[in-house]
Design a protein around this ligand. Structure first.
Ligand SMILES: Cc1cc2nc3c(=O)[nH]c(=O)nc-3n(C[C@H](O)[C@H](O)[C@H](O)COP(=O)(O)O)c2cc1C
Length: 218
């Protein structure tokens, strides 16, 4: 069964690329939904125009790119990917009878957070998220915005109440990051942690600050 990955129009397309690479590297099948707005962030952040007719070429170029923008940094096999147009509300993932392990929305815009919290289903991405909740499957929402207003905070509480895991795209600095990619991989790793997918994207906290600290993994 596939994981469904929804990419919405928040800044942070490198987070999506890192999650997709890790899922595929772990041998997971992936169904991909890319919102209309996320094509703008992808264009802005990578220079890539995502085209339905050439999605494999564009996705390959995107996933090969490092967080520093360097092309050809990663080698990715897209064999496990199925792509769905976000406007296609008759697509497989729009039904609860479509088999899926769950859904990861990375990055999640505040508009997407609102749409899912209110059950708007304005496109395939939002509809699939609502389906994921109603089927009691894993839904991980990697929201990216700052600061957050009260409205978005209330929507995030509603998502948490509905069973979703809210994983803010906020990198930590305890894992020894030296490059942008390390910070991106930390967020991607925490998204995968919330979904229970094994990965080696970041160095876990094992306790100890050189002074015998008893702190546990965070
Ligand atoms: C370059 C760019 C960066 C954006 N960054 C964010 C962001 O970080 N967080 C956010 O919530 N919205 C951001 N937006 C606005 C969303 O794209 C916009 O709210 C859109 O309606 C989201 O639609 P979607 O959820 O269907 O993808 C950004 C827009 C652009 C063009």
């Amino acid at each position: 069964m596939p994981w469904i990955v929804g990419v919405s129009g928040a800044s942070g397309t490198p987070y999506a690329a890192a999650v997709l690479r890790a899922l595929l590297g772990a041998g997971e099948a992936v169904d991909l939904v890319v919102s209309r707005a996320s094509r703008l962030t992808l264009l802005d952040e990578t220079g890539i125009s995502f085209r339905d007719a050439h999605w494999q070429d564009d996705l390959r170029e995107w996933l090969a790119r490092g967080a520093d923008g360097k092309p050809g940094t990663f080698d990715v096999d897209l064999g496990g990917v199925r792509y769905w147009n976000a406007g296609d509300l008759a697509a497989g993932p729009s039904s609860g009878s479509y088999p899926a392990k769950g859904m990861l929305i990375v990055p999640a815009s505040t508009a997407c957070v609102a749409g899912v919290a209110l059950g708007l289903s304005k496109d395939l991405l939002q509809r699939t998220a609502s389906v994921t909740l109603k089927e009691r499957r894993t839904l991980v929402v990697a929201v990216r915005e700052t600061p957050l207003n009260g409205q978005t905070l209330r929507h995030l509480v509603a998502l948490d109440d509905a069973g979703a895991s809210v994983v803010p795209a906020s990198p930590a600095f305890y894992a020894g990051a030296t490059h942008i990619q390390d910070l991106v991989d930390f967020v991607a790793g925490r998204v995968l942690d919330a979904a229970g997918v094994e990965h080696g994207l970041y160095r876990r906290w094992r306790g100890g600050l050189g002074g015998g600290s008893t702190r546990q993994e965070q």
